[in-house]
Design a protein around this ligand. Sequence first.
Ligand code: FRU
Length: 501
Amino acid sequence: MKTILFCNIMFALSFIACREKATDKVSNVDSDVHRPLYHFTPDSMWMNDPNGLVYHNGEYHLFYQYYPDSTVWGPMHWGHAVSRDLVSWEHLPIALYPDSLGYIFSGSCVIDRDNTAGFGANAMIAIFTHHNMEKEKDGNTDFQYQSLAWSGDNGRTFTKYQGNPVVKNPGIRDFRDPKVRWDTQRKQWVMVFAAYDKVLLYTSPDLKTWSMASSFGIEGDKRLWECPDLFPIKVEGRNETKWVLITSIQKEAPNGGTGTSYFVGEFDGKHFKADPSNQKWLDYGKDNYAFVTWSNLPDDRIIGIGWMSNWQYAQQVPTIRWRSAMTLPREVRLKKINGSYTLTSVPDSRLFDAFEAGVATAIQSDHPVEIPKTCLIDIKWVPEDGDENISMTNSKGDTLVIGCLVNERKIYIDRSEAGDSTFSRDFAGKHFGVLPQWQDTLRLQLFLDVASIELFANNGECSMTEIFFPAEPLNLLSFGRKNQNISINFRAFKNKKGQPG
Ligand code: FRU
């Protein structure tokens, strides 16, 4: 039922999209009030999930779900951008267009070093879902299937494989978002993709012929899964490697709506084994969905990026010429905390270097201090009791509150009064994050970028990503309670010329 609803909504929205197209042209006023400075946004029109993340010849490729004709979801393409440092991005022409097999839904890219597929050594190969609207309208259930396209010129042009699809649909309405990796130990390709309320794992010697290996899900849980990822990761400070399965969930994330979750376990070449009841959250904020990682990175680090929105309101947010940004690229690490594996995430180190050095300032509750509209705020705080918070405001009174509930060992972001929230009743609210361990000094790193905040507590042991829409940037910060123990360091974002933004 939910899947039917999802597809119907998607279809209805592509219809609405045609209507929006006309309005885009007239309502172009103030379109960039909420445009971030250091988060990736499409040049114009609609964007959702990151796709095809791959590092190749010095470039980080970011493909993404893109509809170039409207600011709401519609027939999906793969948009394309590249970066050399994960800080600044260059927009490139659309990489994949819909074709007779369908729209181009989410997927991944690999570099075929040994030419297993026969498209040439080091070909860049995109593995994505074709979504066939005609088949769906005709009442079929097998309208999503996995296909290939390849590029021999660093992703600038792609050729669709003649033998598509490479994974046919056995009759499962939600059958999408393949993430492929080379399994070095078993010398095989492994594909993980979402099949309604679980993931399926397939293996292949050549990316063209695939066999089903196994499935993984939570018994009795019927929420829709999307955009999975599966990778090995070393446990920090231990001689141990685990496998992590990331999966985005379309409903009932910790603070409502969509969110990215993960499981930690083992992979034997066919099966992913983990305790299905031990589902954890990569980010507790409302706006980090479809988080996936880059393939073919030059070192052992694992870096990923998410879509900074939530399907509850993504198509209604009050940006006009474009919709949605990505989160910052983040390095994920696995730590064992109090006997339990926890995936931490912090922005890639090059993002920290993109800010001025800054100076530590002691904050008093009755003296708000001015902050740059795009900055990194680094706070060391010894919370004493009850509810302690800092707030950021502007001259219009829009206020974003970041706080912690000491007794409950929770942190929160309250965006109830942070600007326009009239577009959706699911938007305004106070959202909570849970720290896996409590330390007397709480270190918060807050990346503020005009209309979003990414919060990292204690080196990313808990993170929260939230968007908001103030009438003008929040430029005053104050501390909600007199406390000698708060020290804040503001670091302005350097613009392209190296000057503070
Ligand atoms: C997730 C998702 C994917 C799908 C894509 C369509 O946000 O629903 O499952 O491939 O978006 O744009």
